[in-house]
Design a protein around this ligand. Structure first.
Ligand code: ATP
Length: 448
């Protein structure tokens, strides 16, 4: 499908189909349980995909936890006491309005439909009245399967942070303002999933909750809004395809005082991939009320006790990965030939360096394998001796590998190799002895 927006956004035509096919062919993303015909909107990450995903997660963790003395990490369970979801409002309110077409029995989100016509079968006036559909997946804990043993797969990671607020604060001796960060799976039984990994039923979130004193919340909201946008830009995502979208009061969740999305211009339009929310003291107050445990903070300097306000930064890892892929995908002509490349930021590229012998003889493969082993000590390396050198370069361009190292005739004479840059196609000669340092230097210079 080609939309006007696709052309306006500067993406290559038909980008989503091209991405889906590249992801499958090169081992980034597969449909889950594909040999059984798949399962609705769950995806598996293949060898290159898992590296890319790990690298984005690590870049986020480095930025949000390791570089910040005021933020602590956490890894809470997916299953929680079901009272958590009553307190948070999810049991009652985490719903979407669902309608069903009486003709074809397909189901849709009422708030996403544009008219009375069914997008699937084309009939008009066939929708049922909307009913509220809870998006949480349920299961049972223990051997008895009844209401009392119902537990939920968490639909967001945030609640794991709120219920641990006191424990983390006391253990780490952090003072407000401070934050708790967590990355983990979340599950939502979305009514209309789609657009590849944009809307999934099982996905990963990277969330940080920043606890501040009441009254300073508006200021901290602005600080985090700018910091998060800055991070995405440093990941190399094009500025002109990024924007803020401020929520109008009627768009806001029940807990929020202010909310802004960071949106990316996907081929299917501007869409959110991260939200920054001022959640006030809603969550901590509710957990205090439902658990009967105090979730206050005592400020020794002011001799004051209060329930902190929370500024949340909530990003989807899979959705950020889709942003990174969509933005990196490039088609260009080089010396009369088309090439497809992923201009991935070197920090997130799955393979940092590929090593090739120019030809499969004259002892070049032996030297190349030695060079590959040397580099593998510090970076991810792919060794390839199959096919023409041009084809091997193209294969790495398509995988987003920033540096290709070739062992050629001259290597055998003076122990130097060529290092080719994926984007500029420039080649530099570097001695084998200096190679590891050289590649590390290149990666360091381009660090996020
Ligand atoms: P949407 O309006 O798209 O359903 P949301 O406003 O419900 O999203 P939040 O609850 O704020 O989203 O979740 C924060 C982030 O988690 C989103 O910006 C997105 O990146 C990610 N996310 C939410 N739902 C999904 C999903 N079904 N699949 C993949 N990522 C998701």
């Amino acid at each position: 499908m080609t939309t006007n927006d696709e052309h306006d956004s500067g993406h290559p035509a038909d980008l989503m189909n091209k991405l889906v096919s590249l992801c499958k062919r090169r081992g980034f993303v597969f449909q889950s349980s594909e040999i059984y015909g798949g399962v609705g909107s769950v995806y598996d990450y293949g060898p290159l995909g898992v590296e890319l995903k790990n690298n984005i997660r690590e870049a986020w963790w480095r930025e949000m936890v390791h570089r910040r003395p005021d933020i602590e990490g956490l890894d809470a369970g997916i299953l929680m006491n079901p009272r958590v979801w009553e307190a948070s409002g999810h049991v009652e309110g985490f719903t979407d309005p669902l309608v069903e077409c009486r003709n074809c029995h397909r189901r849709f989100r009422a708030d996403e439909l544009e008219g009375v016509q069914c997008p699937s079968c084309g009939m008009s006036g066939t929708f049922t009245e909307p009913r509220q559909f809870n998006l949480m997946f349920r299961t049972f804990m223990g051997p008895v399967q009844d209401e009392a043993s119902t537990v939920y797969l968490r639909p967001e990671t945030a609640q794991g942070i709120y219920v641990n607020f006191r424990s983390v604060q006391e253990a780490s001796r952090q003072k407000v303002p401070f934050g708790i960060a967590q990355v983990g799976k979340a599950f939502r039984n979305e009514i209309t999933p789609g657009n590849f990994i944009f809307r999934m039923r099982e996905f990963e979130q990277m969330e940080m909750q920043y606890f501040v004193s009441p009254g300073s919340d508006a200021e901290w909201f602005d600080v985090w809004k700018e910091r998060r946008m800055d991070w995405v830009r440093r990941l190399g995502v094009r500025r002109e395809r990024l924007r803020f979208h401020e929520h109008a009061p009627d768009e806001m969740a029940h807990y929020a005082k202010a909310a802004v999305d960071i949106q990316y211009r996907f081929p299917f339009g501007w869409q959110e991939f991260e939200g920054i929310h001022n959640r006030t003291d809603f969550d901590l107050s509710r957990h205090q009320e439902y658990s009967g445990k105090k979730l206050e903070y005592f400020d020794p300097a002011k001799n004051e006790r209060f329930v902190p306000f929370v500024i949340e930064t909530s990003a989807g890892l899979d959705r950020t990965l889709l942003v990174v892929l969509a933005d990196a995908y490039t088609e260009e002509e080089v010396e009369g030939e088309q090439r497809v490349l992923l201009r991935l930021h070197p920090a997130v590229a799955p393979i940092k360096a590929a090593v090739f012998p120019l030809v499969k003889k004259d002892g070049m493969p032996e030297v190349a394998r030695r060079v590959a082993d040397l580099l593998r000590e510090t970076v991810t390396v792919f060794y390839d001796e199959v096919g023409s050198i041009g084809r091997r370069y193209r294969r790495q361009d398509e995988a987003g590998t920033p540096y290709c190292i070739t062992i050629d005739g001259q290597t055998l004479e003076d122990d130097t190799v060529t290092v080719r840059d994926r984007d500029s196609l420039e080649q530099q000669r570097v001695s084998v002895e200096r190679l590891t340092g050289h590649v590390q230097g290149l990666l360091r210079d381009s660090a996020t």
